[in-house]
Design a protein around this ligand. Structure first.
Ligand code: ADE
Length: 231
């Protein structure tokens, strides 16, 4: 998969060199290419923002550098409609299902906004040649899209076949079956007066599965009842 990221902080994405995604980049499974939005400006100060029409606080990102940056990263071919994702607290909420869907694509483009946002015409124009989505990683406000894009790249990247060594570890985790995951234990069997639940050491796989399922349900009911279907 190829991922292009347009940002005024390309160095933010240096951390993708480490851990599993770094390995995937080195082996060629995943190509992440950051682009500096300021490289698409033509003034001495490399200006990317301006005051909002209609007034109000803050600055708005100018359309011209965005237009040129997207011209560079979007394919010419009219049939190749890649997904362009703009992280935004005003977007639809990113989920595991969305990560899985996006992990099946060949090409993703992320556009990181800063300041009060990006001129609306950038989205409208991009929509003529790509599938444009505004996506939020949660109901809180970040200073810009970079951290949100990092989170999305990690969630999507680990679902690309070959990135996570043991694909089975992807199956039994939170959100994959709509529930939160069960608690995990390892050796020693007793630690600081706290014992591992005996069922996990019983060797009875059926009983272990039933216990884990019950733990998932109990935890989801307690912590995230919104994930459960209405009764
Ligand atoms: N940019 C600022 N806040 C954000 C959020 N919650 N999700 C995605 N992008 C953002």
């Amino acid at each position: 998969m190829r991922i292009d990221v347009v940002t005024i902080f390309p160095e933010f994405f240096d951390v993708l060199d480490i851990s599993l995604l770094g390995k995937a980049r080195r082996t060629g499974i995943l190509e992440v290419v950051p682009h500096n939005l300021r490289d698409f400006t033509h003034d001495r100060h490399r200006t990317v923002d301006d005051t909002p029409y209609g007034g109000g606080a803050g600055m708005v990102m100018k359309p011209e550098p965005w237009g040129e940056a997207l011209d560079e990263v979007l394919p010419e071919h009219p049939d190749a409609r890649p997904v362009v994702i703009f992280p935004s607290p005003a977007g639809t909420v990113f989920t595991q299902a969305m990560a899985r869907e996006l992990a099946g694509r060949d090409h993703l483009v992320f556009g990181c906004g800063r300041y009060e946002g990006i001129d609306q015409r950038v989205f409208d124009h991009a929509a003529t040649r790509a599938e444009v989505r505004l996506v939020s990683i949660g109901d809180y406000v970040l200073n810009g899209g970079e951290v949100a894009v990092m989170a999305m790249i990690e969630a999507i990247g680990r679902l690309i076949p070959g990135v996570v060594g043991n694909p089975e570890s992807l199956v039994e985790e939170s959100h994959e079956d709509g529930l939160l995951e069960y608690p995990s234990y390892t050796k020693p069997a007793s630690w600081r007066g706290l014992d591992v639940p005996p069922v996990l050491m019983s060797g009875n796989h059926k009983a272990v599965d039933a216990w884990r399922r019950e733990q998932q349900l109990e935890r989801t009911r307690r912590v995230r009842p919104d994930l459960l279907p209405p009764e």
